[in-house]
Design a protein around this ligand. Sequence first.
Ligand code: G4P
Length: 528
Amino acid sequence: MANIKKEINKRRTFAIISHPDAGKTTLTEKLLLFGGAIQVAGAVKSNKIKKTATSDWMEIERQRGISVATSVMGFEYSDTKINILDTPGHQDFAEDTFRTLTAVDSVVVVIDVAKGVEPQTEKLVKVCRMRNTPIIVFINKLDREGKDGFELMDEIEQKLGLHVTPLSWPIGMGKSFKGVYNIYNEKLNLFTPNKQTVEEGIEFSDINNPELESYLGDSAGTLREELELVRGVYPGFEKQKYLDGELSPVFFGSALNNFGVKELLDTFIEIAPTPLGREAEQRFVKPDEDKFTGFVFKIHANMDPNHRDRIAFVRVVSGVFKRNTPYYHVRLDRRIKFASPTAFMAQKKSVIDEVFPGDIVGLHDTGNFKIGDTLTEGEVLKFKGIPSFSPELFKYVENADPMKSKQLAKGLVQLSDEGVAQLFTGKHTGRKIIGTVGALQFEVIQYRLLHEYGAKCRYEPITLYKTAWFISDNKEQLEDFRKRKATNIALDKEGREVFMAESPFALQMAREKYPDIKFYFTSEFEEK
Ligand code: G4P
């Protein structure tokens, strides 16, 4: 037990999220450099999907294949084992990102100083807030002209709904960027462009000391004024509030110039949560319980169509996962053992014997796993918090080759288990509907059905705004709703009913007419 507690305490599992191009890949790379996990910049093969690739979705799939290697990057830094879970940059794969966020204990949000809060950042932070995930904000590209610090704080508070406390503050920006004052450890960090070496900050607890002028010249006065304002306006940092998801520390820097990254990392390992337990439908599971439990949050298909095997990514919640041990697959009600579980250390994958809470283990899968599946030592548990989100684009899917209907049905189920898209079945009509967050997935599905399952499909348009899961204690209203809206009700792949709202108006009407029915855009959470 002592051993497992020690292993838990040294782990930090998190994701970096951002709108594409804010600097997530660059920041990840700099963090890996600190961990000694890579030796040179540029070693993180672009795990982001380039914007130019929108028409070239096969290239996107190929890159997704490559990204198995960078899906989880584990490294050691200062007696800490850090796991960075990568999230796809392309917004068409936002749902992958949502699910990955269920497997982390905290996040770092990267914001471009010039662009401020962008749409993808808003969406992702909203998902984090539903789970009260602790959030650190890193404002990047201070070597460029951008928005004023206070303006950015306002934007973060308003658009992201976060309460912020700056732990560092910029001194100028762009051409006149001089560095940051680290409020947290009272140090002055001076910026030298294009210098990748990291220098320790200068101790500077009394900013009224006239020596500040010798470092900053005229900017010293501005810094004093701004810091006074910062102290007056924002609450002081309180670790517990951060851990509860109620207060977000903010750092400023430039990932490309390796500036402000070490301060971020050092503060991160000091304050970020160690692996947390998870709520299961039956009970709360604590990380230091001695029995192993874990859940599947991601499934990655083999890129080779001749091998329809996959890797299931399991987040270890409690206990120690051991190689060649038969674990209980709760949904299938049977035991499975794994001969070659994979650990992810930086970019190498290697077979591992023991995996601890907070870590991710990759399991070779021939079709036994669905996203959200739970593994235990025998206890019947189902972890919560891996919801489905309402897709944004919908199409009817029809069989285009009558000889291959079985293959089509199987392919659709397996691809939706993998999380490529969501599959709904019209309750009344029996017609299959595919829902996605991005247009690309429709092409990906068609291609994969043909190449992996030998099935052909055709799409037909459907007018749908969103699918809303619904519940109510009022049986009468529920029955009436089911009767009147029969043609608009479908079943998701777990057999749960969803209301297929044709427009925001249709949903509003339903809400007004059936006040006792609650409609949700996610299958588990109440939206905030
Ligand atoms: P992403 O993963 O969030 O999509 O962003 P990525 O790190 O790929 O960064 C996007 C672009 O922003 C890259 O330039 C990168 O070099 C640049 N960048 C990242 N951090 C900084 C910074 O601190 N300052 C400045 N000035 N630029 C930064 P690119 O030209 O699009 O790509 P590349 O050809 O340099 O890779």
